[in-house]
Design a protein around this ligand. Structure first.
Ligand SMILES: [Zn+2]
Length: 308
């Protein structure tokens, strides 16, 4: 068995204004970092309407489509922009994570990584924000439950920012455990430990700036991973942002590239114990190009090790 690597050239056609950190080159460095790896390479389909509707109202989806510019950019908020290629990219991003779930469920791959942009974990039910339009990973989780008939899935979000959008989309669904580690204080400001979801299905672990990889490893070993294992998910989804890296310009958690290898390995170990190794990971943030490439490479490498 193998690791599926799902992406689409349309994800390079989402162009942000000059100087914007969430830029085309991010995906280019990820693609370059894995180009020699023995992966099952799959082109992402466009998202099915039914999948978008699992978390976003029809009127909101229509409003996003209407907002797409014919040329230049349209700003949805101070951080979140659409270019003429954005709609296709956003639909491929959702389609990629859903396809990843389908492949792992069908046994076509042991696990999968969706290399996509725009990212998704800040997108709320009716509010695009933080570079995100649709809730990619939340949609994939709902798809695993509602389409494939799973009863419990876990989402682990190690992006340096709180996954407020994912939390908004899943916090009332007891079938989904959402765990997020993130720097606090930092954008978007949510993610306090007191935010626990409707049924205790949200676990937020805010981390102080400059705490580094040793604290992260303790938190995962003592808090996050035991909670995931106790939930007994039938699949684990990862919101894989690499902006906790020490080189990242947007945050200060100071994780190393090897910390991303470690956390990936440990998540895969838990998946091996509780859900047959079913892991679907999707790209979120990561804004230092060299750190992003190196971290994504070790992340995918660990998925391959676990899935071999
Ligand atoms: Zn982030």
């Amino acid at each position: 068995m193998t690791t599926a690597f799902i992406t689409h050239p349309d994800c390079l056609s989402h162009v942000t204004p000059p100087g914007h950190p969430e830029r085309v080159a991010r995906l280019e460095v990820v693609l370059d970092a894995v180009k020699d790896m023995d992966l099952l390479r799959v082109k992402a389909p466009l998202a099915a309407e039914d999948d978008l509707l699992r978390v976003h109202p029809a009127g909101h989806i229509a409003a996003i489509r209407r907002a797409a510019p014919q040329e230049g950019w349209r700003a949805l908020d101070a951080d979140t922009h659409m270019s003429p290629g954005t709609l296709a990219a956003a639909h491929r991003a959702v389609g990629a994570v859903v396809r990843a779930v389908d492949m792992v469920m069908a046994g076509e791959a042991s696990n999968a990584f969706a290399a996509v942009r725009p990212p998704g974990h800040h997108a709320e039910r009716e509010t695009p924000m933080g570079f995100c339009l649709f809730g990619n990973v939340a949609i994939a989780a709902k798809h695993a439950l509602d389409h494939h008939g799973l009863t419990r899935v876990a989402i682990v979000d190690f992006d340096v920012h709180h996954g407020n959008g994912t939390q908004d989309l899943v916090e009332d669904d007891p079938r989904i455990l959402f765990c997020s580690t993130h720097q606090m204080p930092l954008y978007p400001g949510s993610g306090a430990a007191s935010e626990t979801g409707a049924s205790g299905n949200v676990l937020n672990v805010p981390l102080d700036p400059n705490t580094g990889g040793a604290v992260m490893r303790r938190v995962y070993d003592n808090v996050v991973l035991p909670a995931v294992a106790a939930f007994k998910p039938e699949m684990i989804l990862i919101s894989a942002g690499f902006d906790a890296h020490g080189a990242d310009p947007l945050a200060n958690l100071n994780w190393s590239t090897q910390d991303f290898a470690w956390v990936t390995r440990r998540i895969c170990e838990v998946a091996g114990e509780v859900c047959g190794g079913r892991v679907v990971s999707t790209l979120e943030g990561g804004y230092d190009l060299a750190a992003l490439g190196a971290s994504a490479a070790v992340h995918v490498d660990e998925l391959m090790e676990a899935g071999a």
